[in-house]
Design a protein around this ligand. Structure first.
Ligand SMILES: [Zn+2]
Ligand SMILES: [Zn+2]
Length: 124
């Protein structure tokens, strides 16, 4: 019979910050918890070229972005907004937390590995 045509609305992703986008972004990225406004968030995003501040990999549409801040200024999840360091992907957000906490130990560990192994006394 009559062929049913499914219409797919062409919804192109837009970079314009609409009021709806503001609410959605704030829910997703906790913008106000980090002391930012959607406008400041957008400025940061533009400044970083829509890429992770640490790993530099471009953010994909719909990817979760994490607002990293200096915990020595604002301990916990909230930030005053002045100590926001950058926007990170999930991996880098976790990584930077570990690096901050374990930097010295990590360096000791890595240096120990990097140290040339003496030729004498081959274990294998
Ligand atoms: Zn990253
Ligand atoms: Zn702060």
């Amino acid at each position: 019979m009559a062929r049913q045509r499914q219409r797919t609305a062409e919804s192109r992703p837009t970079r314009i910050v609409s009021p709806a986008a503001k609410i959605r972004w704030n829910r997703t990225y906790k913008i106000t918890r980090k002391g930012l406004t959607p406008e400041k968030f957008q400025v940061l995003l533009e400044a970083q070229g829509h890429a992770c501040a640490m790993g530099r990999e471009p953010f994909e549409d719909g990817q979760r972005i994490f607002i990293d801040h200096d915990h020595s200024c604002c301990p916990g999840d909230k930030s005053c907004g002045k100590c926001v360091r950058g926007l990170l992907c999930l991996t880098c957000n976790i990584a930077v937390g570990y690096i901050e906490a374990y930097f010295d130990l990590a360096m000791v560990y890595l240096n120990a590995i990097a140290r040339p192994v003496p030729k004498a006394g081959r274990a294998f």
